[in-house]
Write a protein that binds this ligand. Sequence first.
Ligand code: SF4
Ligand code: FES
Length: 242
Amino acid sequence: MTQCHFFIDGKDIPFHPGQTIMDAAMTAGIYIPHLCHNPDYEPTGSCRLCLVKLNGRYVSACTRPAQAGGKVENQSEEINQQRKTLLQMLFVEGNHQCPGCEKSGRCQLQAVAYYVGMLSPYFTHFYPNRQLDASHPEMMLDFNRCILCGLCVRASHDGDKKDIFAISGRGIKSHLVINSPSGKLGDSHFNAHDLAASVCPVGVFLPKHKGYEVPIGQRLYDRQPISQVGDVAGQNKPAGRS
Ligand code: SF4
Ligand code: FES
C-alpha cells in the first residue's frame, strides 16, 4: 500500500491514503485530545475537541483525511485555549461532580480537562434536571454526565446490533433515549457485557454491585496522563476496572 507523509507540529508522520489525521497520529503515538472518537467506530466529529489546524485552517482531526505534505498544528497555545473553552462548555451543560463520581480517574472528560489545564468551569452552570435510570439489574445510567458524544449509540448499532440508544431532540433539548417500550433500560435488550456498556468517555454507565472497586487515586488517569495512554480503545474499560 502506498505510504505518504504529512507533518504534525513539524514531525514527519507517515500515513496510508484514506487514513484520517487522527488515525495517523494515533499510529505514530501522537496524542490529539478527543472525546467522541473511538477507533473501533466510524468517526462522527460531534465533540470538536480534536480540532487542529491543517495548513492554517481549523479542521477536526478525527474526520479530516490526512493530506500528503499537509502541515498540522496540534499543540499551540491558541488551539489549547479553544479546546479549553469547548471543555468549559461541556462541564456546565451537564452536572459533573468529579470528586464524588465513580468514574473519577477513568473519565476522559476529566482527564482531558487536566491535560489542557482547565482550572474552572468559567461559564454559568446550567444545572439541568436529568433523571437517573436504575431499572436494569446490572447497570445504572446517570444521564447527568452525558456529553452526547454518540459512542454508545454507534456501539449499540454497529457492534451489538441492538439499537438500544439514540439521541433525541435538538440543541439544548438533545438527550439520550432508550429504545424500549417504557423508555427504561431494564425494559430493553441491553446486557451489561454489550459493547455499548464500555465505550462511554464519561460516567453515564455505572455497573451495579461493584462501585469504587479500584480506589480513586489508583485509577488509569491517576497513574498517567491521558496523553500517555496509548491504547485509546482501552481507555474505556468497564467501570470497576482500573
Ligand atoms: Fe456518549 Fe456516554 Fe452520553 Fe452515550 S451515554 S452519548 S457514550 S456520553
Ligand atoms: Fe473529533 Fe470529537 S474527537 S470531533
